[in-house]
Design a protein around this ligand. Structure first.
Ligand code: PMP
Length: 310
């Protein structure tokens, strides 16, 4: 998927034309993967008058926590970063759905893989993005032969650049085999998550998702779905999921900033339920999309609205 870069980026403390945001080939983060990133969506409001950034403060807080794990020292805090992101969206003035990618990285030109004492920087770019997964048919997934990285290897809780090699290996293997994505098992053999999204399954009317100590990224969409489920009166269990539960689940879906809420129709060649998008998945999808487009006043506080000029 080629990206459609918006004209302005944030780089080394200022908003600059995106093609001027460049780093040295010797950059620590480029060599060692010592960066942490966020992925945030801005949706064009139904009115066309604002970009609705979904859960911006939650995203900047999680990113700062990832940066903390990498011992980054920055002169912006989570609120300051959220302010810069709003300014950057306003400067680009998009009239489409966008994806915002803030990146905190070890910018020093250093040979040692140390974390402490290496210059840290923040860069942010914005791209136009509609659906990451096709929404017109349920996904076909496989359980990957690659194990999800454990907390004492590379913490999955942190959105660390180097950790995404694990996602890349699983995604690549799945794509080669003709699947849309992969689900990974953790070292205990329990389901963790997909290459870039969290998993929910439905059994007997109850939503089930892996716990935050299950070697997953603590997804912000996942947390939002827990809220939507509560409001819809759908029971939710946060607990370890066995592989064989995938084969007997009534429904399953992926969720994430990129993935949004994407129904799963087949796992390991076995249909999930009847192979079609299930009714609970559909209800969650409807609430999610109404929320992000600004159509549901109950969830207005989940959106940071940036006005766009005509
Ligand atoms: N897991 C992984 C590995 C991811 O990359 C993502 C995408 N950020 C998610 C889960 C979903 O997290 P969120 O809902 O915060 O985007």
């Amino acid at each position: 998927m080629e990206i459609d870069l918006q004209p302005y980026a944030y780089f080394e403390g200022e908003i600059v034309p995106a093609d001027q945001a460049k780093v040295s080939i010797a950059t620590h983060a480029l060599q060692y993967g010592t960066g942490a990133f966020g992925g945030i969506r801005g949706y064009l409001d139904v009115s066309g008058e604002t970009i609705n950034i979904f859960r911006l403060p939650d995203h900047t807080r999680r990113l700062m926590n990832s940066a903390r794990i990498l011992r980054c020292e920055l002169n912006l805090d989570a609120d300051g970063l959220a302010g810069v992101i709003q300014d950057l969206v306003a400067k680009n003035n998009p009239h489409s759905n966008v994806y915002i990618r803030p990146f905190i990285y070890k910018a020093g030109i250093e040979l040692t893989p140390h974390l402490k004492g290496i210059r840290d920087e923040i860069a942010i770019y914005v791209i136009q993005l509609d659906d990451y997964f096709a929404m017109d048919h349920p996904l076909r997934l496989m359980v990957s032969a690659w194990t999800r990285i454990a907390d004492n290897i590379i913490p999955s809780r942190a959105k660390i650049s180097g950790g995404y090699i694990n996602s890349s290996l699983a995604k690549d293997q799945a794509a080669e085999a003709g699947f849309d994505d992969a689900l990974m098992l953790n070292e205990r053999g329990k389901i963790s998550e997909a290459s870039g999204a969290n998993l929910f399954i439905v059994r007997n009317g109850t939503l089930i998702t892996s716990p935050v100590n299950g070697d997953i990224l603590e997804g912000i969409t996942r947390r939002s779905i827990a809220k939507f489920a509560r409001d819809l009166g759908i029971a939710l269990e946060e607990r370890e999921i066995d592989r064989s539960e995938l084969y007997v689940a009534d429904e399953a879906f992926l969720c994430g900033t990129g993935a949004q809420v994407a129904a799963i129709g087949n796992i390991d060649g076995r249909p999930v339920g009847n192979g079609e998008r299930g009714p609970i998945t559909q209800r969650i999808q409807e609430v999610f999309f109404a929320c992000v487009k600004g159509e549901d006043p109950r969830y207005g506080d989940l959106l940071t609205k940036v006005p766009v000029r005509p």
